[in-house]
Every structure is written in structure tokens, then in C-alpha cells.
Design a protein around this ligand. Structure first.
Ligand code: G3I
Length: 387
């Protein structure tokens, strides 16, 4: 089946020249590498101007099933490293519907507020994750007997309330997460919004988010879209249709959950570049590199070197694309990674081990960042900001 088309009009050169509904201003303007925040030797200190280095903030989701307390609120060492090393944070689960919406009439912003406050205190950007997704929705929503009109109002209220609450404080929003299958078909069955309201709801979500915070950059985010392939082709086509229609889409991001069982996605840079060529910002938002662990659970030196190489190649792909302004890893310590919970026999996917010792991947990222910075390849101030 071909991907569902949202807009049937053929794209013309004239349509492409329609100006984007760009964010009103590049929001918020943190001094990421101010010496108060960026201590020498850290990743954020090594990063060239205009590129933020981010991590997911551990909490919710699989953490609830583990025998440790909430990492973000309970682990002081974790928090110190989170503040010291990174210039951007993404709530791993704490801004998803099942956390923000205990009931139809209630919002619970406790954890989300705590993360945004933490980021502000430490000169960090925030990536909001996520507004329209097929997963981690509350039961009252998925099992509810709502009319299309009611569902539309529920989504509108959610986007307006959540995005509006953090107006000017969240830099990038993953507005639509994982809306295509691996063959490039819209998720017309498991995504409640697309199933019940039709594909046009995607454009509405972007419009509502832009109305609620005109300064936020609005993204499509997905996994399996690192390479030029059927799924990323589907995004490339959809984004052009939306832009031609004046929908405020500002960016395309690849999650980059990699496994060393597979080759590195060698067309990552080419893929990001083709979205950059459309005038979009790009970002790598959930980078990790998992491996199959030998008996005993300890990775070999060779595995760690291969992992470092994957991380470095992902970073370089981003750095080589002018508008790629955000490189985020999905957790920085193996102690709290989602990977062993989801993939039996695999793990060690992050840049620090369970005791927060830095792994070769950490040092590879830092050297690459420093090299880029010392080459004077500071990134232009408009990089990624709705050019
Ligand atoms: O929904 C069940 C619930 O019915 C059950 O009672 C409960 C028992 O503890 O488990 C619930 O599912 C958990 C889910 O989070 C919802 O809280 C899963 O077991 C748990 O593994 C899951 O983890 C999160 C996962 O998203 C869910 O999709 C991870 O912590 C989080 O790291 C991960 O993050 C996603 C990004 O948001 C999107 N991209 C992929 C990335 C990795 O999967």
C-alpha cells in the first residue's frame, strides 16, 4: 500500500518557495558554554557553538519496574552529571500522555515542571517529547468511547495547554512521533488520532502547537529513519506537502537507536541533508548503540571501540549538516538504560557504564566535538531555527 497522502496537489517550485511559518524567535537563548555551566573537559564545553549535546532524563517508563527509585529525583550523582555534561535535556517519559494526563479533566505537571526548572537553572535547552503518538497513551483515552469531535477537542486542549504552559521555555517539540511504519505507511490503525480523525490531524497538531508557542521549533521524530529508505522517503514527501500548504513544520529528527549487529546507517548524513535542503532544522534525538553481550556480561575492548566508532559517525553526520543543531543520547549511563529491558542479551548502549565511568564512546564524542570547535566550525546562529 502506498503512503496515505495528506494533500494531493502536486508540489511545484513555486509552492516550495512559500515562506515557512518560522518560529517567532529562536527560543530560549541559553548561554550553553558559559563557564558557569560548561566546565572544561565536559561534553557541553567541547561542543562547537550552535550545537547542543543532550540526554534523556531518566524517569517513568521502564524505570518504574526496576528496584531503584526515580533516578532524576533521587540520584544526586546522576543529577550532577546531568547538569555538568549536557546542554539539552529531553524527558524520557515524563511529558508523555500517560504521565501528564491521569484523567480526561486533569493535568499533572509535577515531573515535567521539575525537569524544565532544572534545565533553566543549568543553562540547558529542553526538547519536549511528545504530543501525538500511538504509544504510552492513558487507558481512559485509548479505551474511551469518544466521538471524533470529542477526540479532536481532547487533542486540541492537550496541545494548547501543554505547549502553552512552557511557552518560550521549550526549544523543540516532537509534535508527531513515529507516525509511519517501516514500509512508509501511515499508522492508520494503532495511532488513535490518525485512525479516528484522519491524516489531516497531523497538520492540525502542528498548527495548534505553533499557536500555543510561536517560538518553539516543531519536529517530526522517528526511529528507523536514519538512512534514506522507504520510511524516511515517506517523511520527505509528507513534509514537502505540509510546507507547500503553509503548515508550521520546522524540523525532522532521527532517533538513532543503533545496534552493532547491523552496519552503521551509512546514508545518515545524506538523509539529514535532504531535509536541510527543504529549509528544515534537523536533530539526532535518542542516540544509543547497543551490543550483544558475551557470557559474563562484560563487553570486549573491540566491542567498545566499535561502539565508539558508531557514536562518532552519528555525531559527524550531524555536525556536517549545517542545520543539525541538537545531538541527544537516550540516557548517558548503562545503570538506567532502557535497552536491557527491551532487548534480551543486549545492553551497554550508552556512553558511561553502570558506575558512571566514561567509556570509549564518551571520549570519541568529546574529541570529535573539540576538533570541530577548534577548526573554528562554529555553527551559524540561524542553524536549525526555521530558516
Ligand atoms: O503500559 C504498561 C502497563 O500496562 C504496565 O502496567 C506497566 C508495568 O510496569 O508497564 C507499562 O509499560 C511500560 C511503558 O514504558 C509505559 O510506562 C514498559 O514496560 C516500559 O518498558 C516502557 O518504557 C519506555 C518506552 O519508551 C515505552 O515506549 C522507556 O522507559 C522509554 O525509554 C522509551 O522511550 C522511547 C521514546 O519515547 C520514543 N522512541 C523510542 C524510545 C525507546 O523505546
Amino acid at each position: 500500500m502506498k503512503p496515505v497522502r495528506l494533500i494531493t496537489a502536486a508540489l511545484t517550485a513555486a509552492a516550495l518557495s512559500v515562506p515557512l511559518a518560522a518560529p517567532a524567535s529562536a527560543a530560549p537563548d541559553h548561554d550553553h558554554d558559559h563557564p558557569r555551566y560548561a566546565k572544561p573537559g565536559t561534553l557541553r564545553w567541547a561542543a562547537p557553538e550552535g550545537l547542543v549535546i543532550g540526554t534523556a532524563v531518566a524517569g517513568g517508563g521502564h524505570h518504574l519496574e526496576q528496584d531503584y527509585p526515580d533516578p532524576f529525583t533521587s540520584d544526586g550523582r546522576y543529577r550532577r552529571i546531568l547538569a555538568r555534561e549536557f546542554s539539552s535535556v529531553s524527558p524520557e517519559n515524563q511529558m508523555k500522555w500517560e504521565y501528564l494526563r491521569p484523567t480526561r479533566d486533569e493535568y499533572d505537571f509535577g515531573m515535567a515542571d521539575a525537569i524544565v526548572d532544572f534545565a533553566e537553572r543549568h543553562g540547558q535547552d529542553v526538547r519536549g517529547h511528545t504530543l501525538l503518538w500511538h504509544s504510552q497513551n492513558p487507558e481512559w483515552l485509548e479505551e474511551g468511547d469518544f466521538t471524533a469531535e470529542e477526540l479532536r477537542e481532547i487533542l486540541h486542549d492537550h496541545i494548547t495547554t501543554v505547549v502553552g504552559r512552557y511557552e518560550g521555555r521549550i526549544d523543540q517539540w516532537d509534535v508527531a512521533n513515529e507516525i509511519f511504519t517501516s514500509s512508509g505507511e501511515l499508522r492508520t490503525e494503532d495511532n488513535i488520532w490518525i485512525r479516528e480523525l484522519g491524516p489531516g490531524i497531523i497538520a492540525d497538531a502542528f498548527r495548534w502547537a505553533h499557536e500555543a508557542d510561536p517560538s518553539a521549533e516543531l519536529y517530526f521524530n522517528d526511529y528507523g529513519v536514519e538512512d534514506v529508505n522507504a520510511k524516511s522517503d515517506a517523511y520527505h514527501e509528507l513534509v514537502q506537502e505540509l510546507l507547500a500548504d503553509g503548515v508550521p513544520v520546522h524540523g525532522f529528527s532521527a532517533q538513532v537507536h543503533l545496534s552493532m549487529q547491523y552496519p552503521f546507517p551509512s546514508s545518515l548524513e545524506e538523509n539529514l541533508q535532504r531535509f536541510d535542503d527543504l529549509g528544515l532544522g534537523t536533530a539526532l534525538t535518542e542516540v544509543d548503540v547497543r551490543m550483544r553481550l558475551p557470557e559474563g556480561g562484560e563487553p570486549t575492548g573491540e566491542q567498545l571501540r566499535t561502539q565508539a566508532d558508531y557514536y562518532e559517525r552519528a555525531l559527524n553526520a550531524c555536525v556536517n549538516v549545517e542545520g543539525c543543531d541538537s545531538f541527544t543520547i537516550w540516557g548517558f549511563t548503562d545503570r538506567y538504560s532502557w535497552v536491557p529491558v527491551f532487548f534480551e542479551g543486549e545492553g551497554e548502549a550508552t556512553v558511561m557504564d553502570e558506575d558512571f565511568h566514561r567509556k570509549p564512546a564518551y571520549f570519541a564524542l568529546r574529541s570529535s566535538l573539540l576538533e570541530e570547535k577548534s577548526d573554528g566550525h562554529g555553527r551559524p546562529p540561524w542553524a536549525g531555527h526555521g530558516r
